[in-house]
Design a protein around this ligand. Sequence first.
Ligand code: AMP
Length: 416
Amino acid sequence: MSFSTLGLDAELLSVLDTLGYQTPTPIQQAAIPEVLAGHDVMAGAQTGTGKTAAFALPLIQRHLAREESEKVIRVLVLTPTRELAQQVHQSFVKYSQGLGLNAVVAYGGASINPQIDALNEGCDVLVATPGRLLELAIKQLIDLSTVETLILDEADRMLDMGFIIDIERILKRLPETRQTLFFSATFNDEVFALSKTILKQPKLIEVAERNATAAKVEQRIYEVDNKRKAGLVAYLIGSKNWQQVLIFTRTKQAVDDLTKELGKDGISAAAVHGDKSQGARDRGLEEFKTGQVRALVATDVAARGLDIEQLQYVINYELPYNAEDYIHRIGRTGRAGKEGLAVSLVSPKEKYLLEDIEKLTGEHFVPQWMEGFEPNLMVQEEQASSKRKPSKKALRAKALGQSGGGKPKSGKPRRR
Ligand code: AMP
């Protein structure tokens, strides 16, 4: 199948040609005709499958077909994070190059004035995070009454991050009659509940199994004690000569500590987390993308919206508390059909988190040890032998010559 069979105009086809896009991805094949036809859409697709183009291309096409050229906000894209907002904005710019469409991005944590200036120059498509959008709307710096299409990107994440009240406030400012599109890598019950209230007869598009992890990503689990994790990360990067590695931790402190540790081991790393200024975060991402540093250490803030064409390696220094974040993290590699490797370092205390991930993804992982970084065997053996110690009741029964009568325990090893 080619893009031309989806009903896209020659001008867009020529842009896609320049970008080297030859075949529409499955989400693009399914969503582009529905969006073009004006339907509401609820689409779930694996991360990195080309979902931004799936909504951007048909909306740019609609812009081209419009006779009046007045610049008013017709498309509003809401994203949970600044990084994703920047990414989606860049995609609109990329897909509409030379076609006279003005896309503007607005997010919190950065000065509002340049964003207002950009809006005043004329805006067809506004990509924004919910908080900054509300600020602009409440201060009457934007008019949302002209919006024709609303897109909630990563809708589940927006709900996870507690944006529901902001979203409801924004919805009140939008015209009742509009097209609404939900795009998300994962769907949960909350998202379905929200969709029922704001989508009208949506077309459901699911191109991959729900909550499936990115197809071409090899997932490897190393069992390792917490205090040896930093050493193992440095060893993996150094000994395998990995050049561009994205590393996730759960806390900001862990980001800072690991970044320092890697530095001591001669591995240049940038740190990205919520306490860093927007400028510092942008700089960190840029240094990573351009290869000035080998590693980017980040909290889940960076898990969405980060799109690096060739990113091959993701390391989960700590497993996330929320199993869905695992899917988003490892989806930063293996993008657009490329291969990737996701390594997770799991301490004995984190095994329950691994089980949550197994339940969500339907995968069964077999953890392995890295030579030289084996978990403390003494502790493991002690734990195992204390489990084997007979109870007082069993000892008394034995002394009285009773068999105990219960079912014999299966000799099967416990699944790890
Ligand atoms: P997304 O899922 O929208 O973040 O896109 C993931 C990556 O795939 C981005 O780097 C896009 O530029 C790229 N991409 C999107 N659609 C196509 C396509 N049809 N052919 C090749 N690359 C694509």
